[in-house]
Write a protein that binds this ligand. Structure first.
Ligand SMILES: [Zn+2]
Ligand SMILES: [Zn+2]
Length: 192
């Protein structure tokens, strides 16, 4: 799709009305100018530094986004790996079961030299964080099948309690099976 530079992308038609110069769509109201420029325009100024952004729908340029991510990451609490939790790269969908796996990945991707250890510096540079378990919660039959229960029915038919217990016993026997990026960053132990 052909895009227009930000400053030529839209023009004002009425007091609060702006039109996109490319597709002629009309925008009205408080954010009309910005929305109209956004419509088929490019290079929206970065919300932070004012330089043009290069990707549509981004409100910050790459540099500002990078700085912001770095700040957010460094503000996380540094915590030592607990020996079980998964690790991941912040804002990346790479997951690791062990700090050694992080190291392997960094070496494989040639992000650090082959004979390196996983240092605090590397963990921070590649923004390694600790994950938290994200397991299914206890199953509640009454809640699950509520929509199928007529009003006069106070509980589901049959031996639902047995079914509920069986599922919940199974869930608690599984341990942690799903992980989500957590709020702490990795503090590398010197022995690792
Ligand atoms: Zn347009
Ligand atoms: Zn910027």
């Amino acid at each position: 799709m052909k895009t227009m530079p930000w400053n030529e992308a839209a023009k004002q038609e009425t007091h609060e009305g702006w039109v996109c110069c490319t597709c002629k769509k009309f925008y009205f109201g408080e954010c009309a100018e910005r929305t109209a420029r956004y419509c088929c325009g490019r290079g929206r100024p970065c919300d932070e530094c004012g330089k043009p952004t290069n990707v549509k729908h981004k409100t910050r340029c790459d540099t500002c986004q990078h700085d912001r991510d770095k700040k957010t990451y460094m503000n996380m609490q540094p915590v030592v790996w607990d020996g079980e939790q998964m690790l991941c790269a912040y804002q990346d969908d790479k997951y690791f079961s062990h700090p050694d796996a992080v190291l392997e990945w960094l070496i494989d991707e040639e992000m650090i030299p082959e004979d390196s250890n996983l240092t605090q510096e590397a963990a921070e540079k590649f923004q390694i964080i600790l994950c938290e378990p994200h397991n299914p919660s206890q199953w509640e039959v009454c809640e699950e099948f509520q929509d199928y229960m007529p009003e006069e029915m106070s509980e589901p038919p049959g031996d639902w309690e047995k079914a509920e217990k069986a599922v919940n016993d199974w869930l608690s026997s599984c341990g942690d099976w799903c992980w989500m990026p957590g709020k702490n960053r990795l503090l590398v132990e010197s022995s690792q």
